[in-house]
Every structure is written in C-alpha cells, then in structure tokens.
Design a protein around this ligand. Structure first.
Ligand SMILES: Cc1ncc(COP(=O)(O)O)c(C=O)c1O
Length: 420
C-alpha cells in the first residue's frame, strides 16, 4: 500500500478527528506545515503533500534513463489522472475526462464545438453573473466579438444570509427554445453558495434542447461528486484548490452521451455530433498511424476531445493530492469541513465578528468588510492567510487546520477588524 493509503487506513473508517489527522495525516505535509502561518486560504491554493516532490522526480526520471520510452509511463499516468478525476466527480467513464491546462480552456473547447450543426450563427447562452472570472471573462470576450448572445442571470439578495445568491428558478425561466448552452457553478466562488436546484436546470435545459456546462471548481473535492446522477453535458474544474495539485491539472468532463465509440459505424469511422475546434493530433483516430485522410477523423470516446501533445507532468503534479482526497473520501471530508466551519464561525462570533454563509454552502466562510482587501493585507502581516472577493474575506479551514489555530486566527481577525 502507498504511504498515503497506509496513513489514511491507519485513521480507521469512522469520522475524521483532529487527533487522527494530527497523528497520521499531518506527517504527510511536514514541509508545508513548517511555515509559520495560520493558513485559511485553502479554497484558493491547496497545500501540497511532501510526496509532490517525489512524484515530480518520478516524472523526470524515465526521461533521463529511457528517453522516448518515457512516453509509456507518462501516458499511463495521464490515464490515471483522468480516472481519478472521474471518480472524484462521480463520472463512471474515465476517458470522458479530458485534461486541460485550466477550467476556462474547457469552457472554450465546449463553445468551440457549438452549434452542433457547424453553422456560424452566434451562440445563445444562459450564464449567471456568479461565475468566476475564469469563465466570465471568456464569455464576455465571445459576447464582445459577437460570437454569443448571453442572457445573464443576476443574483438576488438572500433574506437569511444577506448575500447575493443565484436562484435556480431564474436560470430555468431564462432557458427558452433555441438556447444552445447554460453555464452555472455548483458552488459559487464569491459566496460559497451551493446551487440548489441544479437538477431542475439540467432537466429544463434538456427539455428545451439546450446543453449544460457546470463549473465544479469549488465543489470537486468538497461535496460528493454526482456527475452520472445529475447528467450535465459538461463539467470543468481543476486541481489547485481542494485536491492540492497546484496549477496546470485542469479538466473538462464530457457526458458519455456525446461520445462515440470507435467500433460504431461502418469502418469504425462514426463521428460524434459535437466536434470542437480546440482539437489537435492527439484527438485523431490512430494518432500514431500518421494517416492523413482528407477529412479529420476523430479518435473514439473522450479522446476525440484531446488536443495536441499533452503535458504528462500535470498528472504527476496532481497525483498525491487526488490520492489523499479519494482515499479519505469526499463525504468524510465534507462532514469534517462543516464541523470545522461551525467551530470557526462560533469562535469568530464569540469575538464579535460578523460571519456570513449561505445554506447550504461549500468549504469557506465569509467575513464582510468595507475594506476587505485591506483587511486581508493586515491579516497577512499578522500571519493569517486569507483572501477577499467582492467585499467579503473568505476563510477556509482544511484537514490541516487545528481548533487552536482557528481560535488564534479569530483573535487576530477580531482585533484587525476593530482597529480600522
Ligand atoms: C469557480 C471557479 N472556476 C474556475 C476557476 C479557475 O479557472 P481556470 O483554471 O480557468 O483559471 C476558479 C478559480 O478560483 C474558480 O473559483
């Protein structure tokens, strides 16, 4: 068994406890835990395991010793990465996950596959104002260049939390016949809102002939994956937050209903209805046969969405973090995260700090501030690492955060908030 597998097994199968994590999991993070800081930005850049360095060495090693034979282990590791992401998001088919350098690239690949009939008319989209800049900016550029017409869904103030939340009903009502694609997050980056009613959006979109792309960046690794169950057409996400894989190992997941297996059709040349312009020679049928038929013939299944030469290093980079998350299990991580957030909320409130979160919410809490970036800066000077979005400081404990740390961080947040 791997070191990560043994450490997780040693904790036993029950709920996570701080004592169990301290004894068995903290030692896997000795390098990053040597930092003297109260790290509450786990929703932004996840902390790496020590094993990351060995994994990167394992990427490089066959290159030195075996030169081009290194492609064997490299491609195997990429296949493992795809399988791990599929497992993480609850998708039964590993090849339906396609590595992308960033989530936004996944969105572009989807936009560049539409409309399915290949016509040049502008796409009709429904998207929320709650999408993170990674998707929002791409959408606005397509809109600015006349490639899309977008119905933007505005948030409305939630009476309980006072936060601007997206109402799934508003999204469903905007999906009219003729809409090509709906874009929504499962967990929103600025408020942490878990979008209730995602099922109804997917159902409504499909009834109107539209496709759905879900941004899972703030939910993959936080709430148990339900891709097969929900049945969206696409999902995008990446590794640098909750799966501790750093920047680079992003992904696009495609529902198997849009994939065509190579054996279908005469001569095995059946082509999928959705073909993206974000393509390349690794998406070709029989890439290493080097045949050059006049028309582009795609590989089967999810491989039809690959691009040019892949970057195997991302699979090694993502490996340890994914192994840990999958070994512990997202359901256990979720329960523990909610316990920790409840504790942190209690500590902050005891000290007079207002705390907000929608119900249900993802992995972080919000502290409103008239000068959130300033508060983040002052906290960082006092070695409390957080960040801010749209007037709120985001605080995210993780499995490495102790109760003592949360109490100390709460003291500092309370003091810094009062001082200005
Ligand atoms: C909801 C969401 N989507 C996407 C991203 C990142 O996307 P990309 O990998 O395209 O930079 C983030 C990063 O914070 C995010 O919060």
């Amino acid at each position: 068994m791997s070191a990560i597998g043994s450490a997780v097994a040693a904790m036993g199968p029950g709920p996570l406890t701080e004592a169990g994590l301290r004894e068995h999991i903290f030692p896997l993070f000795s390098r990053v835990l040597a930092r003297e800081e109260l790290y509450l930005a786990n929703h932004s850049l996840g902390r790496p395991l020590d094993q990351l360095e060995d994994d990167l060495r394992e990427f490089a090693s066959p290159w030195f010793t075996d030169m081009d034979d290194a492609w064997g282990p490299w491609m195997e590791e990429l296949a493992r990465f795809r399988a791990s992401i599929a497992k993480l998001i609850g998708l039964s088919r590993p090849d339906a996950v396609v590595p992308k350098a960033a989530a936004g690239q996944g969105l572009r690949a989807v936009l560049n596959s539409l409309p399915a009939d290949g016509s040049l008319r502008p796409l009709r989209l429904v998207a929320t104002r709650g999408e993170f800049d990674a998707l929002d900016f791409v959408l606005k550029m397509y809109e600015d260049k006349g490639r899309t017409v977008i119905s933007w869904i505005e948030p409305s103030e939630d009476s309980r939390s006072g936060l601007p939340l997206i109402d799934a009903g508003d999204v469903v009502r905007a999906i009219r016949p003729g809409v090509d694609l709906v874009i929504v997050s499962e967990v929103f980056y600025s408020t942490g809102q878990v979008l209730e009613g995602l099922e109804s959006i997917i159902r409504g979109a499909h009834a109107a002939g539209a496709l759905v792309l879900v941004d899972l960046y703030h939910s993959a690794g936080v709430i148990p994956g339900r891709f097969d169950e929900l049945g969206p057409d696409f999902a995008v996400g990446g590794s640098y937050k909750y799966t501790r894989g750093g920047p680079g190992p992003g992904w696009l997941a495609i529902h198997p209903r849009h994939l065509v297996d190579g054996t279908a059709g005469p001569g095995g040349d059946a082509q999928p209805a959705l073909r993206t312009l974000d393509t390349g020679w690794f998406a070709k049928k029989d890439t290493f046969g080097f045949q050059r038929p006049t028309r582009p013939l795609l590989s089967s299944g999810g491989d039809a969405w690959l691009e040019n030469t892949p970057a195997p290093v991302i699979a090694y980079q993502a490996r340890a973090g994914l192994e840990l998350v999958l070994a512990i299990g997202v359901a256990r991580l979720r329960t523990y995260s909610l316990e920790q957030q409840a504790f942190l909320e209690g500590e902050l409130k005891k000290r007079g700090v207002a705390v907000r979160h929608p119900d249900p919410h993802g992995a972080f809490l919000l502290v409103p501030s008239p000068d959130a970036p300033g508060l983040v800066r002052r906290l960082k000077e006092r070695k409390v690492n957080t960040d801010a979005r749209l007037g709120q400081v985001r605080l995210c404990p993780d499995i490495l955060t102790t109760r003592d740390e949360m109490a100390r961080a709460s003291d500092i947040v309370a003091a810094e908030q009062k001082h200005r």
